[in-house]
Ligand binder design. Structure first.
Ligand code: HEC
Length: 125
């Protein structure tokens, strides 16, 4: 593959990236992210049989973190037993939105109120 077509392919992939900062938290994107990055260690879907570690299922995470802010804060901070995944703010928002669809108290499909959002607006990088 020539450098040119490689570059072309890279740009195409970048354009198809699910992390689109133009939109507020999106649970469907969050689910894709969870399947890609979290599924190895966590049970991220109700129909997933098992994961490789003793990490809590996302269902139980949703039960524990009923507050968007707390879960967002957790994912923003480094955590010893999880790899640093370098999640962007909008990716975290999507993951949080998805995880909340799994919880018992799940009701609000709307984006979190302004005060619960991370302070910075995501930049397209
Ligand atoms: C390499 C394995 C691994 C990956 C990948 C991973 N986690 Fe975890 N995660 C863990 C383990 C292990 C725990 C439990 C740690 C503990 O109980 O001390 C955990 C705990 C958590 C918790 C619960 C913390 C709590 O307070 O109960 C959340 C939320 C979480 N992970 C979210 C995620 C998300 C979102 C992703 C994907 C972006 C992810 N994790 C990817 C291993 C992983």
């Amino acid at each position: 593959m020539s450098f040119r077509s490689l570059l072309h392919a890279t740009i195409l992939i970048a354009m198809w990236s699910p992390a689109t900062p133009l939109f507020a938290a999106d649970a469907a994107t969050g689910r894709q992210l969870a399947e890609r990055w979290c599924e190895a260690c966590h049970v991220v879907r109700p129909d997933q049989q098992r994961a490789l570690t003793d990490a809590p299922t996302f269902h139980s995470v949703a039960e524990k973190y009923t507050e968007i802010g707390a879960l967002t804060a957790f994912l923003n901070a480094p955590y010893p037993r999880m790899p640093a995944m370098g999640l962007k703010r909008d990716e975290i928002a999507d993951l949080v939105a998805y995880i909340r669809t799994l919880g018992p108290k799940r009701v609000d499909p709307s984006p979190p109120p302004e005060k619960d959002r991370p302070p910075e607006t995501p930049r397209k990088g």
